[in-house]
Design a protein around this ligand. Structure first.
Ligand SMILES: [Zn+2]
Length: 301
């Protein structure tokens, strides 16, 4: 083989970004199409990655196709930089992308790969958010055939999905979907926003940052381009309700570590069985503590 055809490789023997240049180019083409048709699930030839499907292979392929030297990357899982999935993905990207910086600070990152959360700190137009997606199609709960789902998406026919939401209201007096809330993009396609909580849906709407979704197993890429409408699917007379974290008295709970009362909270059980709440976004919490917003969590009796 003529050595001039060989791609540049790092010390570990991988070409930059692990994927070959043709694969990256194909992913980028799919990204461009996804941006041109907001919310449309663009098929692409998802590559085998050295990790199991379901561990973020779709998001990883987007990140590896977009990343370049000088980029600053943040990887989070459930809002935290130090959880297993985030650490493994970050290490893999560091190994295969020499020259790329990583950060835990949302404001410093140019590329953010996330699972289950959108950072609390508002994103800016210089940033790209990549979300890992297990199930890309919100219609899969009402229609098993992909061919029929494609027609329904094309015609903007979400009546069966609305019927499903209506059944929820009849049975439970409210829509019970907590994550993956169907969201209409730019007035047409309804997408599955990946398992982010309802709390984060508002962050999709008119986001200055490009938001990309990658489903590796299902071989789909879709996008919410910057400054694009994103509206949760609702009825006129039943407003969309996000998690409010109010206690029984209607008081908004605060993070027991940094005192924030505007963040998405995770619930923990303390040793004596009482519930405590802490920011799910670890960077947001740490930054607030560093800025002197910490509250003492020591309970003295
Ligand atoms: Zn906090």
């Amino acid at each position: 083989m003529n050595p001039s055809y060989e791609l540049p490789r790092d010390e570990a023997g991988y070409s930059f970004g692990f994927l070959d240049e043709y694969a990256k180019r194909e992913v980028r083409r799919a990204i461009l199409k996804a941006i041109c048709i907001p919310g449309y699930q663009t098929p692409y030839a998802s590559r085998e990655m050295p990790m199991g499907r379901g561990f973020g292979t779709g998001g990883l392929q987007l990140t590896l196709s977009l990343i370049g030297r000088g980029e600053c990357l943040k990887v989070i899982d459930q809002g935290a930089d130090d959880s297993v999935n985030a650490v493994n993905l970050r290490q893999f990207i560091e190994l295969t992308c020499p020259g790329v910086d990583t950060t835990e600070h949302t404001g410093e990152a140019t590329l953010i790969q996330s699972r289950h959360r959108i950072p609390e700190q508002p994103l800016n137009s210089a940033q790209v958010l990549v979300l890992q997606v297990p199930y890309p199609d919100p219609l899969v709960v009402v229609e098993a055939s992909e061919a029929k789902r494609k027609i329904m998406h094309g015609e903007g026919d979400y009546s069966r999905l609305l019927t499903k939401l209506y059944e929820d209201i009849v049975r439970f007096a409210e829509i019970t979907i907590s994550h993956r809330y169907p969201t209409r993009i730019n007035g047409h396609y309804v997408l599955d926003p990946s398992p982010i909580p309802r709390f984060d849906i508002a962050k999709l709407d008119h986001s200055p940052a490009l938001i990309l979704f990658g489903a590796g197993r299902e071989k789909k890429i879709y996008a919410v381009p910057p400054h694009t409408r994103a509206e949760p699917l609702v009825f006129d007379d039943i407003p969309f309700r996000a998690e409010d974290f109010n206690d029984a008295q209607g008081q908004r709970r605060a993070c027991q570590r940094c005192g924030a009362s505007d963040s998405f909270l995770d619930e923990f059980s303390s040793a004596n069985g009482t519930a405590t709440f802490q920011c799910s976004d670890s960077d947001y919490c740490n930054q607030r503590v560093a800025a002197g917003n910490g509250v003492s969590c020591e309970v003295t009796s």
